[in-house]
Design a protein around this ligand. Structure first.
Ligand code: AMP
Ligand code: MG
Length: 196
């Protein structure tokens, strides 16, 4: 059976950092896959975009087509090795929030876990201001808080259409990264016993 752990968190939450550290510590062998990378490959093949930050500006039906293509490719990978999928529960697009996993897409992927990494809006805002590599949207703390609320709601919907359990991991500057990493390692270690 494919084993998929979906890891979500809004930009600036520290998702990539936690993921990398957890992969070094876990006993399970995971293939790290970035959903945006796979979607981007498909979007480039179709000559739709030149940069990954243009994808969320495509019309929603086109984005859904890309999501379906990406999910199909990822589930194939997950048949041969457990996949840790770095992605987003919802995407803030110019027209409104887009579901990261519409029903057909979540049904194809059928993840075992949906992990949500969360942090305080002030911490997220601070990290975004320090990361100049990406074309990030500028958001207020209130908008960040609302986006995180929405992502919890989205995760419930995804669990309705898959066998996923939901795990919320807090990444706070004072408590340190280590606790968050250890919580993710616990989830990943489960793959060792479940993956056959
Ligand atoms: P990232 O590098 O993780 O911020 O992702 C880059 C871009 O990939 C995002 O801005 C989205 O346009 C797209 N993306 C990633 N995951 C999804 C998803 N589940 N559904 C739709 N778009 C996604
Ligand atoms: Mg990232």
């Amino acid at each position: 059976m494919p084993f998929v752990v979906v890891i979500t968190g809004i930009p600036g939450v520290g998702k990539s950092t936690i993921t990398k550290l957890a992969l070094k510590k876990t006993r399970a062998k995971f293939r790290l896959v970035n959903f945006g990378d796979i979607m981007f490959e498909e979007a480039v093949k179709m000559d739709l975009v030149k940069h990954r930050d243009e994808m969320r500006k495509l019309d929603p039906l086109t984005q859904k087509e890309l999501q379906l293509k990406a999910a199909q490719r990822i589930v194939e990978i997950a048949r041969t090795e457990p996949v840790l999928l770095d992605t987003h529960a919802t995407i803030r697009t110019p027209a409104g929030y887009l579901l990261g996993f519409p029903r057909e897409v979540i049904e194809i992927l059928n993840p075992n876990f949906i992990v949500i990494i969360e942090a305080a809006p002030s911490e997220i805002l601070g990290r975004r201001l320090r990361d100049l590599k990406r074309d990030r949207d500028v958001e207020t703390e209130e908008q960040i808080a609302r986006h995180q609320d929405l992502n919890r709601a989205a995760a419930i919907a995804y669990a309705m259409h898959s066998n996923a359990l939901i795990k919320i991991i807090e990444n706070h500057e004072d408590k340190g990264l280590e606790e968050a990493v250890n919580e993710l390692v616990k989830v990943l270690d489960l793959a060792v016993s479940e993956y056959a």
